[in-house]
Every structure is written in structure tokens, then in C-alpha cells.
Design a protein around this ligand. Structure first.
Ligand code: ATP
Ligand code: MG
Length: 270
């Protein structure tokens, strides 16, 4: 299909795209701007689908609709997790556990056909206008010393990109999906949690506070699953891993900080 969206029903507006009902069982994600990430979203979603992960099938992409680029996806019925939890606040821990299990399944998949995360980050940091040169060099130096990896990484894994459907959780929005190190993907989930909570600290309602704890709960469940990574960090400090310790419900800085006093300040789920 091409031309215009005509009478197609607008289902949702994201930050990068409008999403329309597009024929039987399909949606059109129609982007507002042209960027290289759209082709990457097709490739990463297809890689995840090929690995039988719960993602919408790419039916057609990229296509042109009225001067704009779009992707036609299988339609997934159900609320996104943040909306679902507003109606089912007692399900926070269960959703967090399921999301963490899903993130672990994603990481168990190899994604050799996707671009390496470190290269993408290198490119993004090199382009980032607001950075002073000294900061840019320091960050790129740090980046150069980090381990890569071959795991499929979503890199924007948080409750707004998860649909709670009749067939379980389904992950959407693979625009910056790459191959890479799972810890980087978990770290990103953690950073989103922090940003979310920092925003909420400025005058949030009780309900918003509850929602703010969801990413933190996902992170905590994920860390409990990352026994091997945590054990590795403990070994590097010369001590035995203790997965029951409070240390393991803290963020990536906590995982790698020396000594027992963790100062990473990761928000905790209540
Ligand atoms: N395959 C799908 N089936 C049903 N609804 C979908 C599907 N893909 C996206 N949506 C709806 O469209 C919304 C926006 O989608 P998506 O997150 O992919 O876009 P985005 O512009 O990258 O959004 P944002 O940047 O705000 O996360 C989703 O929250 C969801 O409500
Ligand atoms: Mg999204």
C-alpha cells in the first residue's frame, strides 16, 4: 500500500511515529522523520522474530506512504505494560519478573547480522553536539575499553515498549536493536529507570510513583537472573558471589564498584 493514510484509524502516537490500523491484523508505524534507524528496526525486529522471540512480525518494510517512511507490522492487541499496571497494580512484581525473563531470552539469542552496539555508540557520541571535546574523548576512551558481545540487545527495553497481549509479553520498538554485551542492555534499562524516577521526584502522584518503580523492579529481577555476570564481578573483587545480598539488587555501578559499600544509588522497587 502507498499514497496516503486516507481514513486509516490512528491507534497511537509515539515520539518517532504515528501508528495506524492498516488492514486486517496489521498496523503501519509511520515515521515523522527520515533516519537510518528505521531500516535497523526492520532488521532487528526480523532477527528477533526469526529467533522465535515474542515480537510483531514485519509484514512490509520499509515502505513509502505520502513522502514518509513506514513499516507494516503484525498488530498486537493489548495495552502497553505501563497502562496495564495502572489497572493491575498488584501485578508489578509479576510483570517485572516476566520482563526480566524475556530480556534474558533476548540475550540468549545471537545477532551476528546486526551492527555492533559499540560502533553505534561510538558514532552517536562522536555526533553528539552538546558534548565538549574533552568529555567526548574521555567517553570514547572508556567505550574503547568495554567488552563487546554477540547477544541480541534491544537497547530500549522498558515497560512502554512491552505490550501485555493475550499471548504474553510482546516487545516492540526495536529501532536501536544491535548485537552486543547483555550488561549494556541491562544498564540502559537501569538508566531509563533513573530518568523516569528522577522525573517523578518532581511532584508525582501516588500512581505515578508506583509506575516509576516498575523499571526498577525489572532491573532487580534482571540482576537476580544475571548470576553469572554478578559472579564474575564478585570474582574480580576476590570474593564469593552472594546472590541474596542487597548488592545484587543495585545497578551496574554497584555490580562493579569495589568494596561492600555500594554508592550507585539505584532506585529500589518497594
Ligand atoms: N505491532 C503493534 N501492534 C499494536 N500496537 C502497536 C504496535 N506497534 C506499536 N504499537 C502502538 O504504538 C505505540 C508507539 O509505538 P513505538 O513504541 O514502536 O513507537 P515510537 O515512536 O518509537 O514510540 P516511543 O518513542 O514513544 O517509545 C505503542 O505504544 C503501541 O501503543
Ligand atoms: Mg516505544
Amino acid at each position: 500500500m502507498s499514497g496516503s493514510t486516507g481514513n486509516a484509524m490512528l491507534l497511537a502516537k509515539g515520539t518517532t511515529a504515528d501508528v495506524y490500523a492498516w488492514g486486517e491484523g496489521r498496523v503501519l508505524k509511520l515515521f515523522t522523520e527520515r533516519t537510518p534507524w528505521h531500516a535497523n528496526e526492520v532488521a532487528a525486529t526480523r532477527a528477533a522474530h526469526k529467533a522465535r522471540l515474542p515480537v510483531p512480525e514485519v509484514m512490509d518494510g520499509l515502505i513509502e506512504v505520502g513522502q514518509r517512511e513506514g513499516i507494516v507490522f503484525e498488530r498486537v492487541d493489548g495495552p502497553i505494560m505501563t497502562e496495564y499496571l495502572q489497572d493491575h497494580p498488584d501485578q508489578v512484581e509479576d510483570c517485572a519478573r516476566q520482563a526480566a525473563e524475556l530480556q534474558a531470552r533476548i540475550h540468549a539469542t545471537e545477532a551476528s547480522e546486526l551492527p555492533p552496539l559499540i560502533e553505534i555508540l561510538h558514532w552517536s557520541i562522536a555526533q553528539a553536539d552538546p558534548l565538549e571535546d574533552a568529555t567526548r574523548r574521555a567517553v570514547l576512551d572508556l567505550l574503547g575499553g568495554l567488552p563487546g558481545g554477540e547477544s541480541l540487545c534491544h537497547n530500549d527495553f522498558h515497560p512502554s515498549n512491552i505490550i501485555v497481549s493475550g499471548r504474553g509479553l510482546v516487545v516492540i520498538d526495536w529501532a536501536i536493536g544491535t548485537r552486543g554485551n547483555p550488561l549494556a542492555d541491562h544498564a540502559r534499562t537501569w538508566v531509563v529507570s533513573r530518568m523516569w524516577l528522577d522525573g517523578l521526584e518532581r511532584g508525582a502522584s501516588e500512581q505515578e510513583r508506583l509506575l516509576g518503580h516498575i523499571p526498577a523492579a525489572i532491573w532487580r529481577a534482571a540482576i537476580l537472573q544475571l548470576g553469572s555476570a554478578a559472579a564474575l564481578a564478585d570474582c574480580s573483587r576476590g570474593s564469593q558471589p552472594d546472590l541474596g545480598s542487597e548488592h545484587y539488587v543495585h545497578g551496574p555501578a554497584g555490580l562493579f564498584c569495589p568494596g561492600s559499600a555500594c554508592r550507585c544509588g539505584t532506585p529500589m522497587a518497594e
